[in-house]
Design a protein around this ligand. Sequence first.
Ligand code: UTP
Length: 290
Amino acid sequence: MNVKYAVIPCAGKGTRFLPITKGVAKEMCPIVDRPTLDYIVEECLDAGITDIVFIISEGKDDIKKYYSLDEEYEKDLIDHGKKDFADLIHKIATKANFHYVIQHEQLGLGHAVLQAKDVIKDNNFVVCCGDDICTYQGDSPVKQLVKAFEKVGGKTIVGGQKVKHENIVKYGAMGVQKQLDEKTYLLSHIVEKPKLEEAPSDLASLGKWVFNSKIFEELDHTPKGAGGEIQLTDAIAQIMKKEEVYYYDFDGKRYDCGDKLGYLEAIIDVALSRDEFREGLIRHIKSLKF
Ligand code: UTP
């Protein structure tokens, strides 16, 4: 049961992150020295994904530029004695097959995923939001979800974690029919951004899924839902009427990098995890007067 494709929607307006998103895609904002998006690409590669489909809006050429070969630039770096950097940028452009599909109108996450239909065809695939990164030990969250997808025989997996009760209103919330093991749940229903008193549980959908290609039939017919957008959650609710849908509670620390505070937390944690910055950064933080 191969999962070789990943779809990464990066075409959102990023209004929570204005003003920078007027000129720069939030997915390209750096976490230390790599774009946010590249941490998600690495998670996918850890799961054995070979083909990555970026859903981009018309102006987001910087994503394409980052993942394209640039032999002239490589040669220039080599000519200036910087072969290590030439190798680094060469590796980025060749680590997967990259595909780009334009979402002409920002009609929501479900609509963004639908744009990948002609590239994915009848393959199974992962979806990762382009602004949600994770730090982890061992298997990447995407790899954990792909393993769960294989275990349940190729049915939809919604990835997520339990959140504080008051925060569930911000996410897709899971209605559970049965818990299968410590991490896996069979779902009864799913509600996008529920009212607190109506949330079926505190299990939240956190920007990662694995689908078989049947999701496209549902997305084709999904009307606008919450916020006037075509919601991926609504298509999942439809597929649930036809076959089992599961939830997997993945291990890893997740950061919403579409939110300014989440982004800052990601930068600090990633920098602290790197030997070359750790000591200096701790010294700096300790020197601050709070
Ligand atoms: P968000 O919910 O963060 O929406 O999208 P947004 O429009 O990007 O940001 P805000 O709320 O205005 O600040 C989650 C992911 O889905 C993509 C985004 O790029 C992000 O990676 N997305 C969203 C699309 O690709 N197309 C859309 O129409 C909406």
